[in-house]
Design a protein around this ligand. Sequence first.
Ligand code: DGT
Ligand code: MG
Ligand code: MG
Ligand code: MG
Ligand code: MG
Length: 268
Amino acid sequence: MAKSKFEYVRDFEAPDTCLPNCWVVVRVDGRNFHRFSEKHNFEKPNDIRALQLMNRCAQNVMEELKDICLAYGQSDEYSFVFHKKSSWYKRRASKFMTHVVSQLASSYVFYWKEFFPNQPILYPPGFDGRVILYPSEQNLKDYLSWRQADCHINNLYNTVFWMLVQRGGLTPAQAQKRLQGTLAADKNEILFSEFNINYNNEPLMYRKGSVILKKKVNEISTKVIKLKGEEEIEVEVSRSRNQFAILHCDIISDTFWEENPDIFSGES
Ligand code: DGT
Ligand code: MG
Ligand code: MG
Ligand code: MG
Ligand code: MG
């Protein structure tokens, strides 16, 4: 087919191929969720509905998009890890990023009602995205550890902060001042001595965030077939299907990786 004289404009598209043999991480984060969480009356500091909605959306992203081997989420963010051998869309960074972000954003609105039956969604939320390449498994594990450490630091702070405000009667400004310069041990002590709360007994999802793993399982079912001129016979058919596990465990220690050695193996 003859090319039009306009065809040359395609040359303006810049290549954005991700370096081969690197783990591709796409992290999405809710845009101005400070406001979104206020407007939709999210419980402070953790709203279980909002966190479970994010988990459901992340699972949808993993169901729909190829080659994601693991996802980790906390607060209004989720990180998706594409296998280093992935050749999806010729490894174009813009494809990885935009497909993840749009799939997550549409899922957020689609599944909203399931998690917030009594709270209408008041305006369309947005999410940003970024792509980060990690050349080694250790770099990738350190990235995930960084996100989980961030979850822990924020959650400990927020838990004490909202206790001081909600049960201690402090204003937010007073609570902030009270916590200035405190270490983790001090915050644990305030929770324990003033509010009788052992931080280690707080829900795991709040303290550790959520990890989603994909496992291929073989489903065996029976099917009746009829060969030409013969009787009907029953045969067993096996079909491989993805099963998802959502965990709230420590991913910083080696134990998690030792217990799940096949996360990074295979092509997907
Ligand atoms: P950004 O990401 O720069 O557009 O701005 P934000 O406001 O989304 O800031 P970010 O992502 O650093 O912080 C997440 C915000 O979302 C933070 O203000 C707290 C809020 N948020 C996330 N999860 C919950 C929750 O479960 N409960 C409540 N009350 N707020 C939450
Ligand atoms: Mg931010
Ligand atoms: Mg945000
Ligand atoms: Mg965030
Ligand atoms: Mg198209």
